[in-house]
Design a protein around this ligand. Structure first.
Ligand SMILES: [Zn+2]
Ligand SMILES: [Zn+2]
Length: 350
């Protein structure tokens, strides 16, 4: 079968690989769609970032590795011990590999597992005709959720978990800082949850994309305090939470100024280098600063929101590209950052 293999920075290749044997607790999924994530592009641009250049502590896998952790498809085979997932099932995947026996794993906080890793980084992923995953990663799709929407459950689960981290009152105002794919998912999920969304994004094309999707935007101009004052005025005292998705110093400094007293700032965007912040701005206004990593059983919740008709992740899909053109697509998305919100790869073009 074909698979897009990461060999190093600027080196991804569509290769013919063997379909390896299924373990007793694994399932094989024929991939319908696989999204290209910002983290995949980071591995392409300047990797290895999260990929490890030695055998992974949990899976033993080492590069080259097939990328792809945002996907949906149909189960074509199940291992002998697998129960609850059957051939023919339509599934998405919770991409979090974990040990399953440590305290975080057994108490629902498996994104804290010290041995954890991600499909498509710590083992071969879904930018391929098919993918072999642990059965516990398979998330059944309700009939109302099309496979293209299913491929976006994973990034939407990241968004839902980030919003869960903040204590936002019903009907509260959430500022989404940065409108890349994750920021866009946060804005969409927040809207579906009945929160009032304001998007801050310096890039004009991305701001226009947010407006096309119906989100209110602001352009943060001037220094953090001046810009924040304008937002505090627009939000009658400041945002009830900021979900910081840009990973930039400006985004975090700005967030520290524009949340109301006592509000939470959730950092989801990973900074490229260490950022120094004025902790007094947290303390004097009793703001909370929290990190959010991945998700905790949030994919079925996103699927439920889609099935209920309050969320449609395919709104973010800019283009669907054949798997055969994947390597060229990585080069294009790197050369034109911000041009597309979400690109899906499709192994078998319709
Ligand atoms: Zn991702
Ligand atoms: Zn664990």
């Amino acid at each position: 079968m074909r698979a897009l293999r990461w060999h190093g920075a600027k080196d991804v290749r569509l290769e013919d690989v063997a379909v390896d044997a299924l373990g007793p607790d694994e399932v094989r999924v024929q991939v319908a769609y696989c999204g290209i994530c910002g983290s995949d592009l980071a591995e392409y641009r300047q990797g290895p970032v999260a990929i490890q250049d030695r055998p992974h502590v949990l899976t033993g896998h080492r590069p080259p590795v097939t990328l792809g952790h945002e996907f949906a498809g149909t189960v074509t085979a199940v291992g002998e011990r697998v129960r609850g997932v059957a051939v023919g099932d339509r599934v998405a995947a919770d991409a979090t590999l974990r040990c399953g026996v440590c305290l975080p794993c057994t108490s629902g906080r498996y994104n804290h597992c010290a041995l954890g890793g991600s499909i498509g980084l710590a083992c071969d992923g879904a930018m391929a005709d098919s993918v072999r995953i642990p059965a516990y990663c398979a998330v059944p799709l309700p009939d109302e959720v099309p496979l293209a929407a299913g491929a976006l459950l994973e990034p939407y689960a990241v968004a839902l978990h980030a919003l869960d981290r903040a204590a936002v009152p019903a009907g509260g105002r959430v500022l989404v800082s940065g409108f890349g794919p994750i920021g866009a998912a946060v804005a969409e999920v927040a809207h579906a949850l009945g929160l009032r969304v304001l998007v801050s994004e310096p890039n004009a094309a991305r701001r226009a994309a947010a407006e096309r999707l119906g989100h209110r935007t602001i352009e943060a101009a001037g220094d953090a305090r001046t810009a924040a004052r304008a937002i505090r005025t627009a939000t009658a005292g400041g945002a009830d939470a900021v979900i910081e998705c840009s990973g930039s110093r400006a985004g975090l400094e700005f967030a520290l100024e524009l949340t109301r007293r006592g509000a939470d700032i959730v950092a989801v965007g990973l900074p490229k280098e260490p950022i120094t912040l004025d902790a007094a701005r947290l303390i004097l206004f009793e703001r909370g600063l929290l990190g959010a990593l991945g998700y905790q059983n949030d994919l079925p919740r996103v699927a439920g929101m889609i099935a209920a008709g309050v969320l449609d992740p395919t709104r973010l899909v800019s283009r669907v590209v054949p798997l055969a053109d994947a390597a060229a697509e990585f080069a294009r998305l790197t050369a034109e950052p911000g041009a597309d919100l979400k690109v899906l790869l499709q192994p078998e073009p319709a």
